[in-house]
Design a binder for this molecule. Structure first.
Ligand code: BES
Ligand code: MN
Ligand code: ZN
Length: 471
């Protein structure tokens, strides 16, 4: 998809239609015949006059996100009809400023171009449509900036989607680390990859317990983007990077195992967010960390009943080898807050089946120790139209992780799985007062039922929210 501004082209003209302002004879005819009424998300392609009409419902009720979806749908129509070029007069719509307007239209259109068919022998030929926006002269720069920002955000989201969609035979710790390096280093992010020996030297023994049955070497990936020397603030983004979760000795049933190549969804989100942040050159300091491994089975597996160590020195009773994500996160979060001394932490993880069954595929669950920090995230989620929900953080749930033989246990029992898993991770902060947010994306990182501008598969969930938080 190529965006142009104020260029004459022979393409198809796009017109918005307010359902209360059907004013031409032609539109009246369509309405009277129940073909097109200008309702939100209706599309009518007038092939004789080369016009596509987009229904917007009532203009005064239209918001940023509605427009994004309307233009996402337009993008799909362009693809379906193999349309090579279109032209649209960008004038004021409702109360949106030109910048937000251009951002909504271009990001909606860009989202419609996503396909994942690396493994299809018969690929659809994708048309590279030219989009021409006609704009008044003094708004040209604003529109250009908005298009660039949209392209950069979507590029981070597409990276996250691809990482999730790739199966575990192509994405494993080493390839994940190499992709992070190749994608981010050219953008000014320092990427350090620690192998097994170095991870041992650091002392991340909880992480290594999970990794140990796999033939694939674990990798600890640290990505530093320090672009605001004036600020003391350094925020860690930690992503669960379990590239395959068989459950370990507590093996999952076959049907629950199929999708477990997506168990690195947290790492995909943080790598994608780093890309969007760095591409747009945000003035901020972020360090992303991924302790990546596979949870497999061998004669060397860690076992239910083992008592293991961790980087923090806390001992952990293993109740269930399938509660592996929190063990990898425990060492990463301790490393971030102790070795790297970050002052705030956000971790993202496809952590619990409990989250999936409670919230389905639309809402991510949050556990936090800091309401002010949460408020910032909620604001960022709102403008990104992504859904998060704050769970109760009370000692009742935390105490469920108490072990009779070790300092803590890795599964809290049958109640409150989202909270017990989240609070397990939080108890590995080097200092419990460090503002921390945990986000469980078990249901949202990879979806079976498409909605809005999300297709089936990896979603890149919360890349945009994190980007907007840092912005
Ligand atoms: N990766 C899974 C959680 C998951 C389940 C993600 C479904 C996406 C979809 C996680 O490692 C896991 O297995 N959690 C267990 C924990 C339990 C053993 C305490 C769970 O939720 O069943
Ligand atoms: Mn598991
Ligand atoms: Zn897992």
């Amino acid at each position: 998809m190529k965006f142009k501004i104020n260029q004459k082209n022979e393409g198809i003209t796009i017109k918005l239609v307010d359902s209360n302002k059907i004013d031409t004879d032609f539109l009246m005819l369509l309405k009277n015949n129940n073909i097109f009424k200008g309702l939100k998300n209706e599309i009518y392609f007038d092939v004789i006059n080369n016009v596509i009409y987009l229904g917007i419902g009532e203009e005064e009720k239209l918001n940023y996100y509605d427009l994004k979806i309307i233009f996402y749908n337009l993008g799909q129509t362009l693809q379906k009809n193999k349309i090579k070029s279109i032209s649209f007069d960008l004038y004021k719509i409702n109360n949106l400023c030109t910048y937000r307007l251009a951002l909504a239209l271009s990001s909606g259109l860009l989202h419609s171009t996503y396909v994942f068919e690396n493994y299809k022998s018969n690929k659809n030929d994708v048309v590279d449509t030219e989009i021409n926006f006609n704009v008044v002269e003094n708004k040209v720069n604003k529109v250009q900036e908005a298009i660039k920002e949209a392209e950069n955000i979507v590029s981070g989201i597409f990276l996250a989607k691809n990482l999730v969609n790739e199966p575990a035979n192509t994405i494993y710790p080493e390839t994940l680390a190499n992709i992070a390096k190749n994608e981010l280093e050219p953008l000014g992010v320092k990427v350090t990859i620690y192998g097994k020996k170095e991870i041992e030297e650091i002392g991340m023994s909880a992480f290594l317990s999970v990794a140990r049955a796999s033939e694939k070497e674990p990798k600890f990936i640290v990505m530093e983007y320090l672009n605001n020397p004036e600020s003391e603030e350094k925020i860690a983004l930690i992503g669960k990077g379990v590239t395959y979760d068989s459950g370990g000795l507590a093996i999952k049933p076959a049907s629950s195992m199929v999708d477990m190549f997506t168990d690195m969804g947290g790492s995909a989100t943080v790598i994608g967010a780093m890309k969007s942040i760095a591409l747009n050159n945000l003035k901020t300091n972020v360090i992303a960390l991924v302790a990546s491994c596979e949870n497999m089975i061998s004669g060397n597996s860690y076992r239910n009943g083992d008592i293991i160590n961790s980087l923090s020195g806390k001992t952990i009773e293993i109740i269930n080898t399938d509660a592996e994500g929190r063990l990898t996160l425990a060492d990463a979060i301790y490393y971030a807050t102790s070795n790297l001394k970050v002052n705030k932490v956000i971790d993202l993880a496809t952590l619990t089946g409990a989250c999936y069954s409670s919230f389905g595929e639309r809402v991510s669950a949050v556990v936090t120790n800091n309401d002010e920090f949460y408020q910032d995230l909620e604001n960022a989620a709102k403008i990104s139209n992504e859904y998060i929900w704050k769970m109760p953080n009370i000692s009742y749930y935390k105490n469920m992780n108490d072990s009779s033989v070790a300092d803590i246990k890795n599964a809290g029992g049958k109640f409150g799985g989202i909270m017990t898993a989240g609070l397990f991770v939080g108890s590995f902060l080097a200092d419990e007062n460090i503002p921390w947010i945990h986000i469980d994306i078990a249901g949202t990182a990879y979806i079976n039922t498409p909605y809005d501008h999300y297709n089936k598969g990896g979603t890149g969930v919360l890349v945009e929210t994190l980007y907007n938080l840092f912005k």
